[in-house]
Design a binder for this molecule. Structure first.
Ligand code: PHE
Ligand code: NA
Length: 446
């Protein structure tokens, strides 16, 4: 994405592929299921879905709209639009805090990308074959307790991300998204099929979709909202940057609906693949970040063709993580490139190295630094909590307030191709429901 030639996506499909590449990733397959497990199940899922529809969708549209109108990187786009709306330049903070969020997220995201790489390798060597829950748990804990191994995985993953971004070939990946994402979907469905053979599928369904509202509290609601932002890549200027390459004719609402449905389906299917295995093996629901790594290998280790399916699954998971990770590094690189005399490659190296270094602190949280706490969180959880629960929703809140309250209403109505009823709904959602939703969640979690 060169800032000089402000090129455009060749078609709506290409754009959907790029946005889906950013959205669908570890957030869906690694993070969503363990958060559901940690938060007590269906009540969390329900709040999450509400947040996606009432907050995520309008903010996704708002970010694309800001990007398409601003025709610039997020910070400058916000500054320019604010100026023409008679607002102070300080709005560009929305763009800048997004870049900071992307940097922080990538540092720990890459650590999990490293886990996925290690599990790709472990499938080939047959490490899962015939193992029971204890054996698989040992494999996982062995990895966590080995900082050198974690560092290796994190470093290889970061090198891949840096290599792709430095060569500016991110757009070349869209073709791959088109074939590899459906393949990942098929493998998830195979795993759901395996879950049905465990005899615990009904239990998993109930856990995910039959809400027990007793489990709800402000913390769970905040976690659900944070996950909605994380999974849709919102509040980081990423979608704004993508929007700046978007042709005028593309219908933002329809496109947002497509991307959101894809993202949500992948997350739900991942949950349906994982929870039957949890129940069948008496595993802990609140296993945290390790959940997919202590469940899915059990399936691969005990089903026909498991070695090859496991290999394929973790390869494709790594690929999905990569397409999200490059979308996280891209804005940081552009930021460095614009503010320093460094070349594209130099900027990528600097941004990548800084992210890599912070990632080391994140991975040490699983072993030697497990007692190092910031505000009561280890480094990994601190980075995750700070970004998902606070930075992203706050940045997104300002984006939707900006579009809902400060941009000219008639222009936005036309741009979104809304009729009279549609315009009323959009006004209600963008001015009240979405911003108040974020604020109420914040307040209720205090
Ligand atoms: N949305 C990605 C996922 O679900 C993660 C991500 C977050 C990517 C923020 C880009 C920006 O895995
Ligand atoms: Na996602």
């Amino acid at each position: 994405m060169s800032k000089l030639s402000h090129a455009q996506w060749s078609s709506r499909l290409t754009f959907i592929l790029a946005a889906t590449g950013s959205a669908v990733g570890l957030g869906n397959i690694w993070k969503f299921p363990y958060m559901v497990g940690d938060s007590g199940g269906a009540a969390f899922v329900l709040i999450y879905l509400l947040c996606i529809a009432l907050v995520g969708l309008p903010i996704l549209v708002a970010e694309w709209l800001i990007g398409r109108r601003g025709q610039n990187n997020p910070a400058n786009a916000m500054a320019d639009l604010a100026k023409s709306a008679g607002q102070p330049r300080i709005w560009m903070i929305v763009g800048i805090s997004g870049i900071l969020g992307a940097f922080l997220i990538l540092s720990f995201y890459s650590v999990i990308g490293g886990w996925s790489l290690y599990y790709t390798l472990s499938s080939v060597t047959g490490a899962f074959s015939g193992q029971d829950a204890d054996g698989i748990g040992e494999l996982f804990n062995g990895m966590l307790g080995n900082p050198g191994l974690l560092l290796l995985g994190h470093s290889v993953f970061m090198l891949l991300v840096i290599g792709i971004v430095a060569r500016g070939v991110t757009k070349g990946l869209e073709g791959a998204v088109r074939t590899l994402m459906p393949a990942l979907g098929v493998l998830l469905l195979v795993l759901v099929g395996y879950g049905m053979t465990t005899g615990h599928f009904g239990e998993a369904l109930g856990f995910m979709f039959n809400p027990d509202f007793g489990a709800l509290d402000g913390g769970v609601v905040l976690a659900a909202m944070g996950q909605a932002f994380f999974t849709l890549s919102l509040g980081m200027g990423i979608m704004m940057a993508y929007g700046s390459y978007l042709g005028k004719e593309v219908n933002l609402l329809k496109t947002a609906r497509t991307v959101i449905i894809l993202d949500t389906v992948v997350a739900l299917v991942a949950g349906l693949a994982i929870f039957p295995i949890v129940f069948a093996n008496g595993l802990d629901l609140d296993s945290g970040p390790g959940l997919i790594f202590v469940t899915l290998p059990l399936a691969f280790g005990n089903m026909g063709g498991g070695v090859i399916l496991g290999l394929l699954f973790f390869l494709l998971l790594t690929f999905a993580a990569l397409t999200s990770a490059i979308s996280l590094l891209e804005p940081v690189v552009e930021f460095v490139e614009e503010r320093t005399p460094l070349s594209r490659i130099g900027s990528t190296l600097v941004a990548g190295a800084a992210t890599w270094a912070l990632g080391i602190a994140a991975l040490l949280a699983f072993n030697v630094w497990s007692d190092v706490l910031i505000l009561g969180f280890n480094v990994f959880d601190f980075l995750d909590t700070l970004t998902s629960k606070y930075l992203l929703p706050l940045t997104g809140l300002f984006a939707i307030i900006f579009v809902g309250w400060l941009l000219d209403r008639e222009g936005v109505r036309q741009e979104l191709q809304l009729g009279d009823t549609g315009a009323k709904i959009w006004t209600l959602v963008s001015r009240f429901i979405a911003p108040l939703g974020v604020i109420v969640v914040f307040v209720s979690s205090l």
